[in-house]
Write a protein that binds this ligand. Structure first.
Ligand SMILES: *[C@@H]1O[C@H](CO)[C@@H](O)[C@H](O)[C@H]1NC(C)=O
Ligand SMILES: *[C@@H]1O[C@H](CO)[C@@H](O)[C@H](O)[C@H]1NC(C)=O
Length: 190
């Protein structure tokens, strides 16, 4: 039984729509897909003593100015996946510097590579910058490896933890990133 012209046109339009969807689906993935990550981690900062994980590498020029303006501190803070730290795993190191760039207590300009290790994101990094006052936000301005083309924010909050040496900073990460393109067999093509 022959279709009427009207039905035939609908069929053509429907086929075009279905084919179009299939084509756009097969091309949007697996070539390149942006992903979102929401993850809470904990950085442990120890400023003084034998176990310190930061060092003042440039002292303030004006030794009588107690604001420490001009000081540059190099940090290598372990980043844990849970609390309490004693039973948590280190999943990254926050490596970089913080520079006293103003007179107030919180005027520390911070520039970090958050270098992941272990099962998730091993070797990948977030590139992070911002001001480290007691609580605030850093920007994720880039990334490498699985975390390529990252952008987002890290809300940082100092937790009050009596009994633990140093500061624990809760890091609430919210970012978008684009892992390297893969072919249909999930093999990287970059
Ligand atoms: C050093 O800091 C002190 C205290 O803030 C200030 O009075 C003095 O002028 C500063 N010296 C120089 C050379 O900036
Ligand atoms: C992470 O990468 C390093 C360097 O390539 C490798 O030695 C290590 O075994 C990896 N760890 C895991 C858990 O995959």
């Amino acid at each position: 039984m022959a279709s009427t012209p009207k039905n035939a046109l609908s069929l053509v339009l429907l086929s075009t729509f279905v084919l179009g969807s299939m084509v756009s689906l097969s091309f949007s993935c697996p070539t390149r897909c942006e992903r979102e990550i929401v993850w809470t981690l904990y950085a442990h900062q120890i400023g003084k003593g034998e176990d310190r994980n930061q060092e003042e590498s440039v002292a303030p020029v004006n030794s009588t100015d107690n604001t420490r303006f001009g000081s540059i501190v190099t940090n290598n803070w372990p980043v844990f996946n849970a609390l309490p730290l004693a039973t948590a795993n280190i999943v990254a190191r926050a490596r970089g510097t913080h520079t006293k760039a103003g007179p107030a207590a919180g005027d520390w300009f911070t520039s970090l590579s958050i270098v992941f290790e272990g099962a998730r994101f091993n070797g990948s990094t977030f590139q992070v910058m911002g001001i480290t006052e007691e609580n605030g936000q850093w920007a994720i301005v880039g990334g490498t490896g699985e975390l390529a083309i990252a952008r987002g924010t890290i809300k940082h909050t100092v937790l009050k933890n009596p009994g633990i040496i140093g500061n624990i900073r809760q890091l609430d990460i919210h970012a978008f990133y684009t892992p390297p393109a893969v072919n249909a067999n999930l093999i990287s093509i970059q």
